[in-house]
Write a protein that binds this ligand. Structure first.
Ligand code: C2O
Ligand code: CU
Ligand code: CU
Length: 481
């Protein structure tokens, strides 16, 4: 255990002994600064007031073809009676969920009312490089930048976030992020939970460091830049251990690891099984039964949990690497519809490795506070790779370090061919991915194909999505032509 976690846990334990409230969810009444954490499960900083305990917030859903998003300074109530300064999209923390229809042409208008430059990236979206929202499309305070493109991909759960050169980590940390849900005829036809906010639930998982006044602190040490800036307060959709009142039926959770640099190992407190139905960029071909789900930063998974006949049941969604609780689930509503998870979900395109025309190798390296890929740190003026359109390629990525990384490729999805030389891929990794976890010392082979869009000048990015690593050089640029 890291020393900081030990201190925070022991303080919570001491407090629980003093107040006799350890182990159960405390109420919000009588709270005030200094009265301890809003829960008894080790979440939060004991010097902070109680959590603004409440129901799971559901980001507003926006439908249509034109989306007006304002990236703004805001105040958000993480703790009862405390205003925390944040950045947000339209609201007070995070942003609305955008529903995009495959085949439709959309305009996403981002207006920057912050006092700093930003770019806004559609993570997981298959689109032209000039619409990607990378550091090459930064826009200033007072300006509006529009991502306009035709949606051309399968149903999936993507997200948007800043991608500002050297400033992505702090801007995401202050609250700029939101989900993008792509829907298509196939997702329409499947008998899946799809009542957004009722049985189809977005979960943006994050963790944060707060100071004694309940303000967000983004101040990673050099060690934390290396090993991860993991907060002691775990939040979901901007709330600390909120409660979701579930219908007694199948519930679909669209889970995004929206953290800067935390790997989450998720499961339910009763150890129950659930089915993973989608990876980053599409449904899996068939549901995969599991009871633990590992997600590194920026990865998504859709899961279906069956609460049929369980009215009265209470449980929690837990994070086992840091021993935290994200969400309380009270199954206390009658089913508003019946769904029956299909045994086949979609057909994926499996590119043949023998059709690959070349292998590119990427070596993730670093020393204290500075990172590189193939010995080079990110340089806006250097194109690292030129990828021919429609060529099938193998991208082999090696983490040479003793710390965890992941690898994200813009503009497309890929599939995992090998992990550490083995073609024995876990069933829930046999899907379309745009971000792949690479623990310390490990190696992956990905099969990649760039399609549809060329631009000889404007690049896309590939990078580690641990944001402190990305901002400190672990990113490269490629063009497609
Ligand atoms: Cu989620 Cu290059 O980004
Ligand atoms: Cu991306
Ligand atoms: Cu990394």
């Amino acid at each position: 255990m890291k020393r900081r976690e030990f201190l925070s846990l022991s303080a919570v334990t001491a407090l629980a002994l003093l107040t006799g409230c350890g182990g159960s969810n405390s109420s919000t009444t009588g709270g005030g600064p200094g009265n301890g954490p809003g829960n008894g499960s080790g979440n939060g900083n004991p010097s902070l007031p109680p959590a603004n305990e409440k129901l799971l917030p559901i980001p507003p859903a926006l439908h249509g073809n034109v989306f007006d998003l304002t990236v703004q300074p805001a105040q958000h109530e993480f703790f009862a009676g405390i205003s925390t300064s944040t950045f947000a999209v339209n609201g007070s923390y995070l942003g609305p969920t955008l529903f995009l229809r495959n085949g439709s042409t959309v305009s996403i208008n981002y207006t920057n009312t912050l006092n700093e430059i930003i770019s806004m990236h559609g993570h997981g979206m298959h689109l032209p490089a000039v619409m990607d929202g990378t550091p090459h499309q930064e826009f200033s305070s007072g300006d509006t930048w529009t991502a306009r493109y035709t949606v051309k991909q399968k149903a999936c759960t993507n997200w948007y976030h800043p991608h500002t050169l050297d400033r992505t980590a702090v801007q995401v940390y202050k609250g700029i992020a939101g989900m993008i849900i792509v829907e298509d005829d196939e997702s329409d036809a499947l008998d899946l939970p799809k009542r957004y906010g009722a049985d189809d639930i977005p979960l943006v998982l994050q963790d944060r460091v707060f100071d004694g006044n309940g303000q967000i602190v983004y101040a990673p040490s050099r060690m934390q830049i290396m090993q991860g800036y993991v907060g002691d307060t775990f939040i979901v959709n901007g709330a600390i251990e909120p409660t979701f009142n579930a219908e007694a039926k199948e519930i679909r959770f669209r889970i995004l690891n929206g953290s800067n640099s935390s790997v989450y190992e998720l499961g339910f407190s009763d150890g129950r099984n659930f089915k993973q139905i989608a990876t980053d960029n599409a449904f899996l071909e068939a549901p995969v039964t599991m009871n633990r789900l590992l997600l590194s930063p920026a990865e998504r998974a859709e899961i279906v949990v069956d609460f049929t006949g369980e009215k009265g049941q209470t449980l929690t969604l837990k994070e086992y690497r840091h021993n935290k609780t994200f969400l309380h689930i009270d199954v206390n509503k009658d089913a508003g519809s019946i769904t029956t998870l299909p045994s086949a979900l979609t057909a994926l395109e499996h590119l043949d490795p023998s059709s690959a025309v070349r292998t590119r190798t990427f070596t993730l390296e670093g020393r204290m506070g500075s990172f590189s890929i193939n010995g080079r740190s990110m340089d806006m003026n250097r194109i690292d790779e030129r990828v021919p359109l429609n060529d099938v390629e193998i991208w082999e990525v090696t983490n040479t370090m003793g710390i965890d990384h992941n690898f994200h490729i813009h503009a497309t999805h890929f599939m995992l061919l090998e992990r550490n030389g083995s073609t024995n891929i876990a069933a829930n990794e046999k899907g379309y991915k745009d971000t792949i976890f690479i623990p310390g010392g490990e190696n992956v082979k990905l099969i990649v194909k760039m399609t549809d869009y060329t631009d000889a000048v404007v690049p896309y990015m590939y990078h580690c999505h641990f944001l402190e690593h990305e901002d400190n050089g672990m990113m490269g640029q490629f063009t497609v032509s």
